[in-house]
Design a protein around this ligand. Sequence first.
Ligand code: PMV
Length: 348
Amino acid sequence: MVVYRASTTAPVNIAVVKYWGKRDPKLNLPTNSSLSVTLSQDDLRTLTTASCSETYTEDVLLLNGSPSDLTGARTQACLRELRALRAALEAKDASLPKLAQLKLLLVSENNFPTAAGLASSAAGFAAFVRAIADLYELPASPTELSLIARQGSGSACRSLFGGYVAWRAGAHVDGLDSKAVEVAPAAHWPNMRALILVASAAKKGVSSTSGMQQTVATSGLFQQRIAEVVPANMETMEAAIAARDFPKFAEVTMRDSNSFHATCADTYPPIFYMNDVSRAAVRAVEAINTAAGKTIAAYTFDAGPNAVIYYLEEDSETVLGTFYALLESTEGWKKGTNPKSSVQLDEA
Ligand code: PMV
């Protein structure tokens, strides 16, 4: 019995200019471009092994050891595209084994708590797509694969690269220009660090898909965000990264997180992802920056209460020291949870 197999890993990414809003929910096309920083594979990543064989009778996904649903429309869209690309290769070269028609087994492991709201779907779909692309020996670049991963989970398209990554929203109705590109490799700014504070490991209350839908449908502030705020943030952020200007990087990161959560609060009824514990982290970052007399730390929050704090290696002692002291006295923060509190950035 022949089993064909390929394994890959994909890292978590945390956006500093957030994707929030779909202009086409079916193709997962965003209302705006976004930009993220990819975290280290050593700390937060998904490892996925894809295999196929004549003996498999159905497509199966095992996520952290448990059978998981593969029938969702987004997952099916990824599988369909990958199989079509493999079938096209097989049609051109008759010597290739006929893998496109075989059932798949996907075994996926996260080295961090899946339910902790730490962008697990981004790493998950990126690893899922790349593992199958490797198994099928598709001659696809990370940007080409990003077009497929995007259909699984929008933010996943950015996890196909290390370093600093933009997802260009694109303008076409077919989505062929809605893809991820590298803005700068991690080595461009090697002293960047991220501290992850897990305020709650519970699954988020409002999923990103329904939160986005509600925001697009009911928030007036959101219109201003996509027309003016995000385009300006993308431009300033890319210039800040190019110049390794941490205070600018930090300011845009915090402003963009504030803007995203403000549009959530502006929906009807309002959506609150941040809680009192999250707000304590915002105050702590403000206190750190005031005491330092310059901006040395930046907070950002996704669709949940957990904080990600960006800072530079040379400011580790000040930033981590303040947070460790604060965690002692702030109720709600979990200390000593996985993932490691300080995460180094590196290449995918
Ligand atoms: O990829 P999704 O559909 O889970 O949406 C992610 C949305 C945010 O994490 C809030 C922002 C982002 O750009 O990652």
